[in-house]
Design a protein around this ligand. Structure first.
Ligand SMILES: C[S@@+](CC[C@H](N)C(=O)[O-])C[C@H]1O[C@@H](n2cnc3c(N)ncnc32)[C@H](O)[C@@H]1O
Length: 229
């Protein structure tokens, strides 16, 4: 993994991990998702009573499929061709497009417009997110409808562990690997709580709601879940 160009390294890791990721998500192998975070983002999106949702960085498509069962019209986009293929193959009524965030910055309407919610579930991994987040709400051609909401779920800083400062980290999927070494390490950018809030503000959003979905047994927070308009 090249540290010199993290966005390229992020993309390369998701291409390499596509099959393992699809298997892990669909088998419910990630306990935090099963226990808390899947239901939390689903509820946060549905709380907006959306007619149309853009699932940004949709991966193999579970959230899009889940929302489609609630009669929501969903478009899922992801930069990984293999993951978009897996999402499309699973069907479930949503539409999936291969689009990198960089494509959406260049052409904010590329996935369509008039979405009541843009949801990003553990999918904002880069350092400089202002161009993407502001493109989402650009009046005229941005995907978010006027009055629409961005719903972002990300790893809770306590779950990520120290040091408590913004910076690049590497996820090695050790908990999912079973010692087989089939995962390619993924670079991702850790931010503190105040850094998330500042990012949303800088990109033009007001924070409407911030939750901390927790492990039902221990009460430890697993994620941060923000709704911003
Ligand atoms: C941890 S996975 C989450 C997938 C899905 N949201 C879920 O909840 O299972 C992160 C996803 O973000 C996508 N992603 C990361 N950076 C991207 C970029 N610059 N453009 C498009 N997709 C990107 C990856 O391809 C990957 O599918």
């Amino acid at each position: 993994v090249s540290a010199a160009d993290p966005p390229a390294a992020i993309a390369a890791s998701w291409d390499a991990n596509a099959a393992a990721w699809t298997g892990a998500v669909r088998a419910g192998a990630i306990a935090s998702r099963r226990l808390a975070t899947d239901a939390a983002i689903t509820a946060a999106v549905l709380a907006r009573r959306p007619r149309r949702v853009l699932d940004l960085g949709c991966g193999e498509g579970w959230l899009a499929r889940r929302l489609a069962t609630e009669r929501v019209e969903v478009v899922g986009v992801d930069g990984s061709a293999a993951l978009v293929e897996a999402a499309a193959a699973a069907g479930g009524g949503a539409t999936f497009l291969r689009l990198a965030y960089e494509d959406l910055i260049a052409d904010p309407g590329a996935a369509g417009t008039g979405f009541d919610v843009v949801a990003a579930n553990f999918a904002l991994l880069a350092e400089d997110l202002v161009p993407l987040l502001s493109a989402l709400r650009r009046p005229g051609d941005g995907p978010l409808a006027a009055g629409g909401a961005l719903v972002v779920q990300t790893l809770h800083p306590l779950a990520a562990g120290p040091p408590y400062r913004d910076g690049w980290r590497t996820e090695d999927f050790r908990g999912l690997d079973g010692g087989e070494g089939r995962w390619r390490p993924m670079p991702w950018y850790f931010r503190t709580l105040s850094s998330w809030v500042a990012l949303l503000r800088e990109a033009g959003y007001a924070l409407d709601d911030l939750r901390e979905p927790a492990h039902p047994g221990t009460g430890d927070p697993l994620s941060l879940l923000a709704t911003a308009t």
